[in-house]
Design a protein around this ligand. Structure first.
Ligand SMILES: Nc1nc2c(ncn2[C@@H]2O[C@H](COP(=O)(O)OP(=O)(O)OP(=O)(O)O)[C@@H](O)[C@H]2O)c(=O)[nH]1
Ligand SMILES: [Mg+2]
Ligand SMILES: [Zn+2]
Length: 320
């Protein structure tokens, strides 16, 4: 008889699986056919395991269909690399200082969330070091049409009470109940520290463990799910920059839902939506001097910057 389980850790052939009913964690090896190609097992996958009493071990017999995938296309090898599955959320972590808050990086993470089809939680971390480097409410306002949720925290100080936003660490914890989230952001923003804070100190900086598995290569990536009470988090190794070069230029606008509304009204096809094109749906916004227009234009700027990047990679390399 087979039992449903979830893969919470992968190490090439051996997987830690958590049995759905008893929550017991067992090690299992996989049937060879489940280790190949695009469907190769990843953390987050639900599988059916059977206990082999002769060999005294669990075996993964089959895998359930995935609800979604955290993936990127490896442009040069043109193949799709799936790193985790069945996530509900992307937690995009930014920091008030060291490293400084960067809109462009956050916008890239939001593009990924949209592409993967997961909701975005945006965390402003290290708010204990916040000294008016940027106006946090403006940043939230700027992203109000992307359907995200925003949190103000200081992972180093779990007692920190938010001063600008309605949501802090407690609300984050609450809204995570029953969910699986992947935690992403630039190196040093405090992803691991945040996970530790969310666990109430039960989890000690999981990145330390992860970096051993993913040693220096950015192909082996998320390898472990950390279970915290009623929710699960996947830490990820920090990135210097969040590359989105594998996205097809024609798809990009959909991943900016706030701009997409305007772009679909533009009467030109293949429009670059630049200031110099009267008749472009964005043209009036360039003329407007309102803060609303400014915020939208800063999103358009991110879009155009990413567009340049994705257009410089030949399309055929993005297929797999
Ligand atoms: N002042 C302050 N420092 C913090 C806060 N959160 C994290 N840090 C510090 O920032 C540094 C980086 O934290 P990590 O949690 O390791 O960052 P990370 O995002 O996991 O980094 P990578 O694993 O390299 O991607 C550590 O020295 C933390 O102590 C915070 O809320 N306030
Ligand atoms: Mg880390
Ligand atoms: Zn246009």
């Amino acid at each position: 008889m087979s039992i449903k389980a979830r893969i919470i850790r992968s190490d090439k052939r051996v997987f830690d699986c958590r049995l759905e009913d008893s929550k017991k964690i067992v090690q299992a090896t996989s049937m060879g056919n489940l280790l190949k190609g695009e469907t190769s097992l990843v953390v987050g996958d639900y599988v059916e395991v059977e206990f082999d009493s002769d060999r005294n071990e669990y075996k993964i017999m089959s895998a359930h269909a995935r609800r979604n995938e955290i993936f990127r296309i490896q442009v040069r090898e043109h193949r799709k690399r799936v790193t985790a599955s069945n996530c509900d959320l992307l937690i995009a972590v930014t920091s008030a200082s060291l490293p400084e808050y960067k809109r462009g990086v956050l916008d890239r993470l939001l593009v990924r969330a949209a592409q993967w089809g997961v909701d975005a939680f945006v965390v402003f971390n290290k708010m204990d070091t916040y000294l008016d480097q940027f106006v946090i409410n403006d940043e939230v306002e700027r992203l109000k049409n992307i359907n995200g949720t925003f949190f103000e925290v200081a992972a180093l100080d779990p007692q920190y009470k938010p001063r600008f936003l309605p949501n802090g660490l407690d609300e984050l914890k609450q809204k995570l109940q029953g969910k699986t989230a992947i935690v992403m952001g630039q190196s040093g923003v405090g992803k691991s520290r945040l996970i530790s804070a969310l666990s109430g100190g039960m989890v000690e900086l999981p990145s330390l463990k992860i970096s051993k598995v993913g040693k220096g290569s950015h192909t082996t990536t998320w390898s472990e799910i950390v279970s915290i009470g009623d929710f699960e988090l996947i830490d990820s190794p920090g990135m210097r920059s969040i590359s989105v070069e594998d996205i097809a230029p024609e798809d990009l606008i959909q991943y900016f839902p706030d701009l997409f509304a305007y772009a679909s009204r533009c009467k030109f096809s293949n429009c670059k939506h630049s200031e110099k094109i009267p008749g472009c749906a964005f043209h009036p916004i360039f003329q407007a001097a309102t803060s609303e227009a400014k915020r939208l234009l800063s999103r358009l700027e991110s879009y155009q910057r990413i567009m340049e990047e994705v257009s410089s990679t030949p399309d055929w390399q993005k297929k797999w």
